[in-house]
Design a protein. Structure first.
Length: 432
């Protein structure tokens, strides 16, 4: 154990930044192999004669396998070294992207894309574990907020990479290149990441910050290992807060994915914008999300003293107002549509980040990956619901029906999150 204060501070500072960089780069790279398919769909239609229904099936396969994997991999991640767990997941997604690019049959496409979704779930839970073990609660919102912008960086990079490769060399190369990048990124993670502070001879982060560990409050010793059954049942499935957060996550993800997937079509059909104008307006959704994550994390730390629910509630109310503004935007107004898209992105990415963080904090430090994986499982069922069900609502009731459904999702999220307004950690309550 490192006991010298100067050496401890120096070592902690170095490893916290190194781990943040590793998580940031690694999770951004997961987006390269998760979103690559979206940008090669037009080429697959023209070259292979695939139908939109077939493409939709592949999209649903990814969402379902990814959502299920988030929960199962969360259980595994709490019992594993995130250094290797996250790296193996990233390497596997790269390999399955390459296999997808070599295929031509629908069955193989579905198999490899489903396996890609399965290993995509290996990215989030290890990050939740690392963020919980290396960063203390009073500062965690800011660190988690910075890490969460990796979503937006990865989402912004893949269109450039895939579009260039597809236009210059064909859609198969647009699958190979992200795959190769992610395989190399996996080895970078093995070099960059480490497990807990204790694995490097450092004290727990709560002790480092001279903050009483909540595990002591609940009577659990820091060196006591929880069984998988205790993690899953006592701190997740019996925890009412985790259930409320998971259900709220479902509705938040419906809004996030629906705006991301259907937003461009709305601007073209509903607001008479050109393809270029609509696409550039939608870009501000990601830009807004980048800054929204930072502001949400900072404000939950500095304004609300580590409580995540107030920011979640305020941001979800803001989403409701921004959806109204987007729906009533003037026809063919690029500026108004872009501002509305940017505001929705700014506001929806706050709860998208903080609900996962709250799930980790309202369970137990040793159950962080399982709790966030469980919530993420619900989130990606919401993502799957944003595809076919929301498409059917829009088909039958028009864009008014679409925005009504989005508004209902935002209201339900507020209702679920509001009871947790004053709750900071699970330690403030009796064990579930």
């Amino acid at each position: 154990m490192i006991e010298d204060p100067k050496a401890m501070k120096s070592t902690y500072t170095y490893w916290r930044w190194r781990i943040l960089i590793g998580m940031y780069v690694g999770y951004a790279l997961f987006y390269l192999t998760r979103k690559s398919f979206i940008f090669v769909m037009p080429a697959m239609v023209s070259e292979l004669g695939m139908t939109k229904a077939q493409l939709g099936i592949l999209g649903s396969v990814l969402y379902i396998s990814y959502g299920l994997s988030k929960f199962l991999s969360g259980i595994l991640a709490d019992r594993s070294n995130p250094r290797y767990f996250m790296a193996i997941g990233l390497i596997a997604t790269g390999l399955f992207n390459i296999c997808f690019g070599y295929s031509s049959a629908m069955l193989l496409f579905a198999l490899f894309w489903g396996m890609n979704g399965l290993f995509q779930g290996w990215g989030w839970p290890p990050c939740a574990r690392l963020l919980t073990h290396w960063y203390e609660q009073s500062e965690r919102g800011r660190w988690w907020g910075v890490w969460n912008t990796s979503h937006n960086v990865g989402g912004a990079l893949i269109p450039l990479i895939a579009a260039f490769c597809a236009s210059a060399y064909g859609w198969r190369v647009a699958m190979y290149v992200p795959g190769v990048i992610c395989i190399m990124g996996g080895f970078f993670l093995i070099w960059c990441l480490r497990d807990t502070p204790e694995s490097l001879g450092l004290p727990p982060v709560e002790q480092y910050h001279k903050v009483k560990d909540k595990a002591t409050i609940t009577g659990i010793q820091k060196d006591q290992e929880l069984t998988t059954k205790e993690i899953l049942f006592e701190y997740v499935l019996k925890n009412r807060f985790v259930w409320m957060l998971a259900i709220a996550y479902f509705f938040v993800y419906v809004v996030r994915i629906a705006i991301n997937d259907w937003g461009q079509m709305f601007l073209i059909e509903g607001k008479s914008q050109s393809y270029i104008s609509a696409g550039s307006s939608l870009m501000w959704f990601e830009v807004g999300g980048f800054f929204g994550s930072l502001v949400a994390g900072w404000s939950s730390d500095k304004i609300f003293g580590g409580r995540r629910a107030p920011v979640n509630v305020i941001f979800c109310i803001g989403v409701l107002i921004s959806l109204y503004a987007l729906y009533h935007a003037p026809q063919n107004s690029w500026l108004f549509s872009s501002i509305s898209m940017g505001m929705i992105g700014f506001l929806i990415f706050g709860p998208q980040m903080l609900i996962g963080m709250a799930a980790a904090e309202l369970s137990h430090k040793k159950a962080a990956a399982t709790a966030t994986g469980f919530a993420g499982w619900f989130g990606y069922f919401g993502a799957a619901s944003a595809a076919y069900p929301i498409g059917q609502i829009t088909e039958n009731y028009g864009w008014q029906g679409f925005f009504t459904a989005m508004g209902v999702c935002a209201v339900v999220s507020v209702v679920l999150l509001l009871p947790m307004w004053s709750v900071k950690t699970f330690a403030e309550e009796e064990p579930a």
